[in-house]
Ligand binder design. Structure first.
Ligand SMILES: Cc1cc2nc3c(=O)[nH]c(=O)nc-3n(C[C@H](O)[C@H](O)[C@H](O)COP(=O)(O)OP(=O)(O)OC[C@H]3O[C@@H](n4cnc5c(N)ncnc54)[C@H](O)[C@@H]3O)c2cc1C
Length: 400
């Protein structure tokens, strides 16, 4: 925000100077002029008899951006231990679709250290261009360096859309970049479409605690930024394509960042990988108790599946938090999802609806989960699951 003086209305009466306890206004050629030490206290606005002083909000300035100058779709890559995370490739597949509709280039932006040998492989994922920001320090994630580099690159290149994984790091730097660019950012999108007439990105996400889906657009600022969780979009098909590779080297030193990475601590237990699981067996409140989860685990074991659960099972301490599926947990898209004793609240559904085949076991024939399931079994899971386990065991034996 800033204080604006309308030179045509100002009479040089000095009322504003007298009202300013910070001495932040002077007269210049008999017209009031605001000095850098202004605190935006607004006393001068009240004091001006000519109504020549007003407050201009930053968002009013942002509206003056010439949005037609912005072209292209970006996906910013996320990596850990020199491995690009799956969500970045999934965003490339959606990014390709959006770029094709807009008839612009799709650019994959990577900040890192040791990706020179991998750029060729990445170029099969459908982008037109890779921008590789290389600096030894960027083998790790630095919040302020990511923000600085991406902001500078956006100002230079002016993309109209930027897609970022809604991961811990994506959620950290995306709002920082958006703030610096005065751009709109929609977090945790579950759907992205284009309104071709206006070239607006239609960003859909659950809102009001997941009770409704909102579609958000940012019509007057660019770039349009969105974060998306892993598992929402499919992996892209690999294709052969000529990709333009632009490498930019940065000479960052440790002291260029306000933070210093002292140690990276990995979790000691084997991490749960629900996002990549081909089969998931998930339990809900209907399982009944922590002990009863043994049955769900047995079903998961005979199927070679990962174990997951609804939020309530985490709140009741029946399962570890990293097994929660849904809006505030993990988004999954396995080939087979078996929901046992889960009612099908929308906050759960948004996390698993992209599964290829959904099987629901529930004793209530009117449970909402049956509206999303491809196959439904109505009945008591404690009777049904043991039968399923025995049948699967026999099938497994027959396969051997
Ligand atoms: C902001 C917000 C975020 C949320 N995020 C998430 C999230 O990420 N993930 C999530 O899961 N939830 C989330 N929730 C909670 C969500 O709204 C539901 O409360 C939750 O999903 C319900 O879990 P459930 O289906 O296990 O339990 P319930 O809704 O209690 O359903 C239990 C089901 O089990 C069935 N059942 C009972 N006994 C048996 C039996 N013996 N055999 C077969 N069926 C049986 C019942 O018929 C019932 O349908 C969120 C809520 C809010 C407000």
């Amino acid at each position: 925000m800033s204080i604006i003086i309308d030179a045509e209305l100002c009479t040089g009466c000095a009322s504003c100077m007298e009202s300013c306890i910070y001495d932040a206004i002077e007269l210049d050629n008999n017209i009031a002029k605001v000095l850098p030490n202004c605190t935006l206290c607004r006393a001068c606005i009240e004091a001006c008899p000519e109504e020549a002083i007003s407050l201009e909000r930053d968002d009013a300035k942002a509206q003056k951006v010439d949005i037609s100058q912005f072209k292209g779709v970006w996906v910013v890559a996320e990596h850990y231990k020199n491995k690009i995370q799956k969500v970045s490739f999934q965003l490339l597949s959606k990014g390709r679709e959006l770029a094709d509709i807009l008839q612009v280039n799709l650019t994959f932006v990577i900040l890192g250290t040791d990706f020179d040998d991998k750029l060729e492989e990445f170029s099969q994922y459908g982008m037109d261009e890779i921008i590789y920001i290389k600096s030894p320090i960027l083998k790790d994630y630095y919040s302020d360096l990511y923000t600085k580099v991406i902001t500078e690159l956006v100002l230079e290149t002016q993309p109209e859309i930027i897609l970022i994984g809604a991961t811990a790091t994506g959620r950290d730097f995306a709002p920082r970049v958006a703030k610096r660019l005065r751009a709109g950012l929609t977090a945790d999108c579950t759907g992205l479409e284009i309104d071709l007439e206006t070239r607006n990105l239609l960003q859909t996400r659950p809102t009001y605690g997941g009770t409704i889906m909102a579609t958000i657009r940012t019509p007057s600022s660019r770039p349009q930024m969105a974060t998306v969780r892993a598992g929402i979009f499919k992996m892209p098909e690999k294709i052969k394509k000529n990709v333009n590779i632009r490498k930019i080297e940065y000479e960052f030193k440790e002291q260029d960042s306000v933070s210093k990475i002292v140690k990276v601590i990995s979790k000691t237990k084997t991490p749960v990988n629900l996002e990549d699981a081909k089969i998931i067996v998930a339990g809900g409140r209907g399982v009944g108790s922590k002990e009863n989860f043994k049955l769900i685990e047995d079903l998961a074991n005979v199927l070679g599946a990962e174990l997951g659960g609804s939020r309530i099972t985490i709140e009741l301490n029946w399962l570890d938090p990293d097994r929660q599926i849904g809006q505030t947990g993990v988004t999954v898209s396995p080939k087979l999802y078996i929901a046992c004793g889960i009612s099908g609240a929308i906050q759960h559904i948004v996390g698993m609806e992209n599964s290829n085949i959904i099987v629901a076991i529930n004793k209530d024939p009117d449970a909402p989960i049956f509206n999303f399931a491809h196959y439904g079994i109505v009945g008591n899971l404690h009777e049904i699951i043991p039968i399923l386990i025995e049948e699967i065991k026999i099938m497994n034996l027959n396969k051997e």
